[in-house]
Design a protein around this ligand. Structure first.
Ligand code: MSP
Length: 503
């Protein structure tokens, strides 16, 4: 089964920050989970390189927009392997093929009569590259996102007949209550549509940094239409010599932040309808990571927390775990270095790391380094019975934190199981050798099960642990009734306390 998932593509007027990392990580967890259950996944991410903000930032630095885009796009691209992101392609909207294909789609929208020439006048935020409607504007004519003063702009350009899609969009929302998730975002999008759609400007006359409008060479496309189409164009050229569109279109999941809801839940489906293309199955809208001061972290607010320090010292898995555990996915929430440290120590070093360490040690010490091939504990098996089904169900609706909580309950259960059964005491009594073998087979199987469930979240450490457990080939997503006889090998602390920075 094909499964196509995307992140938003990042603006290259700035450099990557924790908010970008968060979205990539969350999307990666879903992609890895889908691969793990055997689906044919295509995972797309990339950079959004045209438009006013990039042109302005380049001008301020005295360089060409293309040079700025090259430099910053490379930084976003380099971040992906550092975060262990398993994207199948990295699109840049300055790619020649993207420009060609996007222009073709928009030409079709024009040919089908959904554009017209007009004069646009409105309050414009150059950072958002967006005109703001009256009810979004803050006091003093400021941008609700960037809080900078808006400028009054007027120009001749081409319009997209968004208003023609009022009814089709209302029908879409009535028929598909899971088109936008979570539910409060669906309600927000539906309310926006319900308040009445106005046509939007599709092109820009005063800007040259963009995709040329094929039927009017004096204009370039407004960056949002160019950018949204990345989800479609990438499939055409991601794999040289092969067009993946039929295989993966439409997207199953577009993962985006709440600030770009309107574009993805209103403009995007309307544009696809205008171009006669199939609509995505779901748009998942996540919240914002907030800085200590409670405001959103963003470059323009100057309160960015650098993910690179965490990565350098603790590695990608620890960052991935922290972000998805700390902030309930779909909500906003604060993140901080102290919060990271507390969770790292309590959950990774103590709970999971210790469970792994002592299980491996006891297998070595009491079982000659082999997972006993005996029956596992029936009661524990019962408790683990629903784990994978529940995780699959939660991840199916992008409830990443809830699924992780479910897994973590089982990690804690295993630590209690160790305490309850005290294998070190059993080992002192030769008459209880069978019991000891059963307990350790159960622990090994429990650890294998939670670790397999954690693979999408922490791909590096889980691979090392599964290998050390001699369970590298044991991919059965259930709690087996027997130990598998794997040969255990030594592994240093999975999550060492106070690790030294990587060399
Ligand atoms: N270029 C547009 C998206 C075009 S998609 C066709 C854009 N770029 S962005 O660089 O500003 O943001 C990229 C993504 O990161 C967005 O989904 C945005 O919501 C998300 N985040 C940016 N800052 C964030 C936080 N502080 N917290 C969580 N996500 C954040 O928008």
């Amino acid at each position: 089964m094909a499964f196509y998932i995307t992140t938003a593509i990042s603006y290259v007027n700035g450099v990557p920050h924790l908010g970008h990392a968060y979205e990539a990580i969350a999307t990666d967890v879903i992609a890895r989970h889908r691969r793990q259950i055997g689906e044919d996944v295509f995972f797309l991410t990339g950079t959004d390189e045209h438009g006013e903000p990039v042109a302005d930032a380049a001008r301020a630095q005295g360089i060409e927009p293309q040079a700025l885009a090259d430099r910053n796009s490379a930084r976003f691209k380099a971040l992906m392997p550092q975060l262990e992101i398993s994207n199948d392609f990295f699109i840049r909207t300055t790619d020649q093929q993207h420009k060609q294909r996007a222009a073709e789609v928009l030409q079709r929208v024009h040919d089908r009569g959904y554009t017209y020439e007009g004069t646009y006048e409105g309050w414009y935020c150059p950072r958002c590259a967006d005109f703001k409607v009256e009810n979004e504007i803050l006091e003093g004519n400021r941008c609700p996102i960037h809080e900078i003063v808006l400028t009054r702009e007027q120009e001749q350009n081409w319009f997209f007949r968004l208003s023609a899609f009022q009814e089709p969009l209302e029908r879409l929302y009535a028929e598909r209550p899971d088109f936008v998730m979570p539910a409060h975002r669906y309600n927000e999008a539906r309310a926006f549509i319900g308040s009445g759609l106005e046509d939007v400007s599709l092109t820009r006359a005063h800007l040259s940094w963009g995709i040329e409008v094929p039927w009017d060479r004096s204009q370039v496309f407004y960056v949002w239409f160019d950018a949204l189409l990345n989800y479609y164009t990438a499939l055409w050229y991601a794999r040289p010599g092969e067009d993946l569109t039929a295989r993966y279109w439409p997207a199953n999941f577009h993962v985006i932040g709440k600030d770009i809801l309107k574009f993805h839940t209103v403009f995007w489906p309307a544009l696809l309808m205008a171009a006669e293309l199939e609509l995505p199955r779901h748009v998942f809208v996540h919240g914002f990571l907030l800085a200590g001061d409670g405001r959103k972290m963003s470059k323009s607010l100057g309160n960015v927390l650098d993910p690179f320090e965490v990565l350098e010292r603790y590695g990608a898995d620890a960052l991935r775990h922290y972000l998805l555990r700390e902030v309930s996915f779909g909500q906003d929430g604060p993140v901080s270095p102290d919060g990271f440290q507390a969770r790292y120590d309590a959950e990774l070093a103590n709970e999971y790391g210790n469970l792994a360490g002592r299980t491996l040690n006891m297998l070595e010490r009491y079982c000659g380094g082999v997972v006993p091939e005996v029956a596992t504990d029936a009661a524990l098996r019962e408790e683990f019975a629903g784990l994978f089904a529940r995780v699959d169900e939660l991840l199916g609706t992008a409830e990443l934190s809830a699924a992780l909580e479910e897994i973590w309950r089982h990690v804690r259960r295993l630590n209690r199981y160790v305490e309850e059964n005290a294998p070190w005491a059993l080992a002192k009594d030769p008459g209880r050798a069978d019991e000891l073998a059963g307990v350790l087979a159960s622990l090994a199987e429990g650890l294998r099960a939670v670790t397999l469930a954690l693979v999408p979240y922490m791909p590096v450490k889980t691979a090392a642990l599964l290998a050390a457990l001699g369970a590298g080939e044991q991919n059965e997503r259930s709690f087996a009734s027997h130990g598998w006889g794997g040969r255990v090998s030594a592994l240093g602390p999975l999550f060492p306390k106070d690790p030294a920075p990587a060399a």
